[in-house]
Design a protein around this ligand. Structure first.
Ligand code: ATP
Ligand code: MG
Length: 612
């Protein structure tokens, strides 16, 4: 029998003894190839005739780590494990350790806790072996290429399980057919005939506060040149969405800082709002502005870049750093140069990191930029695994791909800690076609969409939000009272203006009432324009909308609206900063404040108009 032995800390005599022991117990001569591997810390791993004998310290430590941290996403257990209570932690640890009987190879008689070790599946003839360690089956790579491996002889694996290859590569099991496993390569360059073992668990990411400010791969490796983050907790990248009884209604807003969105398409904490549009229409900018606007709002942000150029991601990180937004942000990136499997797991990993915060009672915002590229990566994997291609060559489960991701967004109930996970998925359309396969899928999964148009973008309307096609199905109930008071007719005014402006293109003569309405529409449209990375606070938005609602912008020509906005805000900031602070604190304003603010703004607008 031939086999391989990875070891550390044994001399020649020790190795000979191990060989002898194997020969005695297997009853046949064994020929071993010896490979020293310091990463085992101590002990050895032997692969002999389809069975792996793991007696390494590393494996035992992994088991202890796994025992300490919940791997199921089950909340009560997680709370106990994360309690920070030393006594609870040590109780769990000693409980789990006492169950770990390294001497028993058969789970039925060893009293071994199944949840903390890989499934033990032994051929019958080996079941009498007495070994102090982990004994399980390994498989052999039969084909490798295009980021996909096929493995034979590997039984007892589960979907999404992390597989280790003897050459150091890792892969994710995606196709399981008896003891045949099809897997997508995550890292390394596997070759035919390499040996493969299952890890017994799905891929995990570290979670916790030490991730803040970091740029990571979907498996939690650092991309920012610093040391790997030290986290005491891990979460599987896939876990079930919170159940209905664990949730409550969305009732608080996430302010994007963009007037057009906060006023007409408000987003609530726990909501899923799609940002959809052609390429280069400002999709990423809206998401980044929203992250910038969370400064001081006690919201953790996770930005997940999927299949983008590394330089684009670097620019985003740079913007976040310059605006000191990295303090509360984690970036997960799988650039276009990554293997499709890495791009495929990226949003799930980002979601798991976000869940870590949500389940500890925090509010989290996650941006998936973008899910079109995610679907393309999954299509590539599926086609290479020979799954039948469906519409647009996507596999049949492409809807589930995104639904199971977005269902994990939630506003948790008070009993669950009241945390929330708001998702801003991004989808790129081709020539504005929102009826293509992936866009319609994601539209139907989300609670609304912000539709961006190339035409608007190029005509200078930025952010290029098409107000007519954009909706938010649940956000209205989360909108702040102050905002609700000032947005009454905005959407209607803009719709009327758009209708009428079509007539104007033909040079039609219009009466003065229509002319007024048009001018009013133009000014409101101008008000919605905003430069990038300059989000407004809630109070600022409320003041500007109040001014627009009360005709203050009518005092200046239509091309001076932007300048007047800046002038009004500067005036309020210098003469009545307490009014702004009040709105920020109470999310509302009374009639006295309203008339006071209008008086200040009218005076400032008169002065500004006179100076023109
Ligand atoms: P892609 O499809 O390439 O991902 P995108 O839709 O994410 O593009 P962005 O990268 O956000 O678009 O923006 C495209 C360009 O438009 C960028 O150069 C950005 O700086 C600019 N831009 C976006 N929004 C604004 C804005 N409000 N004001 C000025 N420039 C903007
Ligand atoms: Mg983009």
């Amino acid at each position: 029998m031939k086999g391989t032995l990875w070891y550390t800390g044994f001399d020649a005599a020790g190795l000979a003894e191990i060989k002898e022991k194997f020969e005695k117990q297997l009853g046949v001569p064994v020929e071993l190839e010896y490979i020293e591997d310091k990463s085992l810390i101590g002990g050895f791993i032997a692969h002999i005739d389809g069975v792996s004998y793991d007696m390494s310290f590393k494996h035992r430590l992994d088991n202890v780590r796994a025992a300490l941290h919940d791997k199921t996403g089950d909340i009560p257990d997680r709370k106990a494990a994360d309690s920070g209570d030393l006594e609870t932690d040590s109780n769990i640890l000693s409980g789990r350790l006492s169950k770990m009987q390294f001497g028993g190879e058969n789970p039925a008689d060893g009293g071994v806790d199944e949840s903390i070790r890989p499934l033990v599946l032994l051929p019958k003839r080996l079941s009498k072996l007495k070994f102090s360690g982990e004994v399980y089956v390994y498989g052999t790579v039969t084909s490798a290429g295009d980021g996909i491996i096929q493995v034979d002889g590997l039984s007892g694996r589960r979907y999404g399980e992390l597989l280790h290859l003897s050459g150091g590569a890792t892969a994710m099991a995606l196709e399981i057919d008896g003891d045949h496993v099809g897997a997508a390569v995550l890292s390394g360059d596997p070759e035919v005939d390499e040996q493969v073992t299952g890890s017994g668990h799905v891929i995990e990411v570290p979670v916790g506060d030490s991730l803040l400010g970091r740029v990571l791969t979907p498996t939690g490796e650092p991309l920012d040149g610093e040391d790997a983050p030290v986290c005491s907790a891990h979460r599987p990248i896939e876990s079930p969405a919170p159940k209905i009884m664990q949730r409550k209604a969305v009732s608080r807003p996430i302010q994007t800082g963009l007037i057009s969105i906060d006023s007409m398409i408000p987003i609530g904490r726990g909501q899923r709002e799609l940002i959809i549009g052609d390429r280069q229409t400002g999709k990423t900018t809206i998401a980044i502005d929203t992250i910038l606007n969370q400064k001081g709002q006690d919201v953790i942000c996770v930005y997940c870049a999927i299949g983008q150029k590394a330089s684009t991601v670097a620019e985003v990180v740079d913007t976040l750093k310059k605006n000191s937004a990295m303090d509360y942000t984690v970036v997960v990136s799988s650039p276009a140069s990554d293997l499709p499997a890495m791009q495929y797991i990226a949003p799930y990993a980002a979601c798991a990191i976000a869940e870590g915060f949500m389940y500890s009672g925090r509010d989290v915002l996650v941006v998936y930029d973008d899910l079109s590229k995610h679907a393309v990566a999954y299509r590539a994997i599926s086609l290479l695994l020979h799954r039948p291609p469906g519409r647009e060559a996507y596999p049949g489960d492409v809807f589930y791909l995104h639904s199971r991701l977005l269902e994990r967004s939630a506003q948790l109930s008070d009993e669950e800690g009241g945390g929330s996970l708001t998702a801003l998925p991004i989808i790129e359309t081709m020539a504005g076609d929102i009826s293509a396969y992936i866009p319609t899928n994601v539209i139907s999964i989300t609670d609304g969409q912000i539709f961006l148009e190339s035409e608007l973008f190029h005509s200078g309307m930025r952010p290029a939000v098409n107000v007519g096609l954009s909706v938010s199905r649940v956000g209205r109930s989360a909108q702040r009272a102050a905002m609700r008071k000032v947005t009454g007719t905005l959407r209607l005014d803009l719709a009327q203006y758009r209708e009428m402006s079509v007539f104007m293109q033909f040079g039609a003569d219009v009466d003065s009432a229509t002319k007024n309405m048009l001018e009013n529409g133009i000014r409101k449209n101008e008000l919605l324009k905003q430069p990038k990375h300059a989000p407004y606070s809630l109070a600022q938005e409320v003041c500007l909308l109040l001014a627009a609602d009360n005709g203050i912008y009518g005092k200046v020509p239509t091309d001076k609206v932007g300048e007047l906005s800046a002038c009004l805000l500067a005036e309020i900031q210098s003469t009545a900063p307490d009014q702004l602070a009040n709105i920020e604190r109470r999310y509302d304003f009374d009639d006295d404040s309203k008339s006071y603010l209008l008086r200040i703004m009218n005076r400032a607008a008169d002065k500004f108009a006179a100076s023109l």
